[in-house]
Design a protein around this ligand. Structure first.
Ligand code: PLP
Length: 362
């Protein structure tokens, strides 16, 4: 297998794919694939419950939080958040730090929810997150939403914002950083994430919600988006994406048993990011504009000094077995995503390639 730096759907651990292959046709002697099982069968319910238990253990999720395995991607939760939290009114407050946060804001506006940008990185050109003392909530704040890691800009919060208003939940889109290290879930009202980066296959969407927030939905919240409905049905109100759920469970097992938990994963992710940023900073040929403390560990965008070399860089890196290094289509340049399943050897290979490329073309 080649080294895959895709931003999503992203690399999965090879050990997980090998295990899925071994169990593909005949799951543990049952004579059928997990894909073919009823979601109500004892076998599948056991798979689903084990996945949730392992995730709870990894993230140390407190017992007053529900874990929901939903569908539709994080983008669907851009609507799910206001629909589930603003039944009693209130305005949707957002921290704006990049493209994904902007989409979340737009969706709230689309639902005719009064939205308020409580702090923004716009004035600094999206290279640093707003500090706590810059956050100005609206008087009628219903929740504060932020994007922990902006996947396209490569901008990551280095702190968890405080909501200095009683009972107002902090909501976080953690699509591209969840499970990259330990997390204090109790600081949040709601965490959600599309699965296709650090969790598993695209399609599954994780929502972790504090139980007392399940009674705040708007009356017009569609059933399939309603977190309380999902919680009461153990995420099986309709047919869930069973195979994606199973594979995500294998990823959680891998994180626990092979990696050794999220503290160990955190240390590996630190080393990977440091190695790549050091290579970028140590060369006049490459650059990344983000302030040091907000540089994303998961998504490292960089540009070449001469963008006429972009195509050559991409062609040569692909030929060297380094896949998907093109930046997002909206910004260009390069981007290396270093999610959990990207091994340290991949970063070493990338750094070596970059050094060699700069010597040959610089
Ligand atoms: N939020 C962030 C931070 C993302 O990186 C992405 C996708 O890359 C999304 C939301 C959208 O996720 P989905 O494609 O699951 O709707």
């Amino acid at each position: 297998r080649k080294f895959n730096f895709c931003a999503g759907p992203a690399a999965l651990p090879t050990a997980v794919l090998e295990r899925a292959r071994a169990e593909m046709l005949d799951y543990q002697g049952r004579g059928l694939s997990v894909m073919e099982m009823s979601h109500r069968s004892d076998e599948f319910v056991a798979i689903a419950e084990k996945a949730e238990a392992d995730l709870r253990e990894l993230l140390e999720i407190p017992s007053n939080y529900r874990v929901l395995f939903m569908q539709g991607g994080a983008s669907t939760q851009f609507a799910g958040v206001p629909l589930n939290l603003l039944g009693a009114g209130g305005s949707a407050n957002y921290l704006y730090t990049g493209i994904w946060g902007k989409k979340a804001i737009k969706e709230a506006e689309h639902l005719a929810v009064g939205s308020h940008v409580a702090a923004s990185s716009e004035s600094n050109g999206l290279i640093a997150v707003p500090r706590q003392n810059a956050i100005q909530l609206s008087g009628d704040v219903g929740y504060l939403h932020y994007t922990a890691n902006e996947t396209i800009g490569g901008l990551e919060f280095d702190y968890i914002p405080e909501v200095a208003a009683d009972g107002v939940p902090l909501v976080c889109d953690m699509s591209s950083s969840i499970l990259s290290g330990p997390l204090d879930v109790s600081r949040f009202g709601v965490i959600y994430a599309g699965a296709q980066k650090n969790i598993g296959p695209a399609g599954l969407t994780l929502v972790i919600v504090r139980e007392d927030l399940l009674d705040r939905a708007r009356k017009d919240c569609p059933t399939m988006l309603n977190w309380k409905t999902a919680a009461e049905a153990n995420s099986m109100f309709n047919t869930p994406p069973t195979y994606a759920w199973y594979l995500s469970g294998l990823v959680f097992e891998w994180l626990k048993d092979e990696v050794g938990g999220l503290a160990a994963m955190n240390a590996i992710n630190d080393r990977k990011a440091q190695a790549l940023y050091a290579a970028i900073d140590g060369s006049d040929f490459y650059s990344n504009p983000i302030v040091t403390e907000n540089r994303s560990r998961m998504n490292v965008p960089f540009v070449l000094a001469d963008d006429r070399l972009d195509k050559t860089f991409l062609a040569e890196s692909e030929a060297a077995g380094l896949l998907n290094l093109a930046g997002h289509r909206s910004v260009g340049g390069m981007r290396a995503s270093l999610y959990n399943a990207v091994p340290e050897a991949a970063v070493t290979a990338l750094v070596d390639f970059m050094g060699d490329f700069a010597r040959r073309h610089g």
